[in-house]
Design a protein around this ligand. Sequence first.
Ligand SMILES: Nc1ncnc2c1ncn2[C@@H]1O[C@H](COP(=O)(O)OP(=O)(O)OP(=O)(O)O)[C@@H](O)[C@H]1O
Ligand SMILES: [Mg+2]
Length: 360
Amino acid sequence: MSLQQLETRQFRNLEHVRMELDAGLQFIYGDNASGKTSLLDAINVLCSGRSFLGASPRKMQQFGTTDFLLNGIVSQKKTRPLPIQYRWQDNRIRLNLSNKQVRKSSEYALYQPVQAVTPISYRLLDDSPDIRRRFMDWGVFHVKHDYATVWRRFQRSLAQRNAMLSAGTDRRTLAVWSREYIQLAESLDEYRSDYIDLLRQQFKRYSHAFLPDSLLEIHYQRGWDNECSLDEVLSNSFQRDQERRFTYHGPQRAELVLKLDGVLARDCASRGQKKLITFATYLAQASLQQELGRYSGILLIDDLPSELDQNHISLVMDILRRISMQVVITCIDIARLPKEHRYSDKMFHVKQGQVKEVVQ
Ligand SMILES: Nc1ncnc2c1ncn2[C@@H]1O[C@H](COP(=O)(O)OP(=O)(O)OP(=O)(O)O)[C@@H](O)[C@H]1O
Ligand SMILES: [Mg+2]
């Protein structure tokens, strides 16, 4: 799937932009504060219904306005191009797919999987496990479409169990109520673990390409002792859970552990290495998506060259040119790229919120 056309109205500093994008690789360049990240986020919001900056629509509407509009045309290989629209108006979000309103944002997002690698993504290694669980869940959701239902049912069941713990429910009653929690937790674990097994193969490929002299590993931890059943674990931790008033063990504590030469990457990797590990992880996810997902995705990369030396920029660019998906890359200046990489299928220059295609 690719975004053929993008139109923005009153989105951040982009008053009115209209772009015809290429299905392959494109560069967007411009000075600080020209609007590069805004453009990438416009694509992200339009395709997924969400800002990668975590901004609410009120923050995305241009200062002094009360609404904004994003329009696009997406195309899949075998289907006709279809219009998509994200509108923020009268304090309401309206999502349209093929001129029909879509009520569920998950249904909308499923159609055009978009992944953004931005300075926020580099927190994948450093932040709390929540960001890694979200990363993993995004991947599973886009290849196993019933995952969202299991995930939602699990969250409900967890909330219910926590409410019972808070209410001081006795051990025996809680055990009966925990059956559904256990069944959903095991199901979630199976989805995630199968997914990470597949991701690991792709991850090996990219991590070896970007950091050939180091050994990078990705491990999945399910959130409770591997040697015991969840039933046993819950039973053993009943007292502690009751004191804490919440369920400690389960998929809500799952973790994705990234190691560099046997040590937690978070603790030992340099800034550039962290960026490369993040690229390897996202590219692995994108390739898997391409292979297994119903729809192939779009990859957005904000400020690719920063923190990387010329050799590593080349390694990343070589891979991005070979990956057969739509890739949109921003950078401040094309001259920051190695000479042999200063071209793309399309190139755009942004200046004070205005976008112009550059003839190469
Ligand atoms: N809601 C908004 N309305 C209008 N302008 C906004 C809004 N939110 C942010 N801006 C402004 O938009 C401009 C462009 O921001 P953006 O983050 O897109 O720049 P950038 O080109 O990515 O810069 P950098 O190279 O520094 O990352 C900034 O001056 C920012 O203050
Ligand atoms: Mg930026």
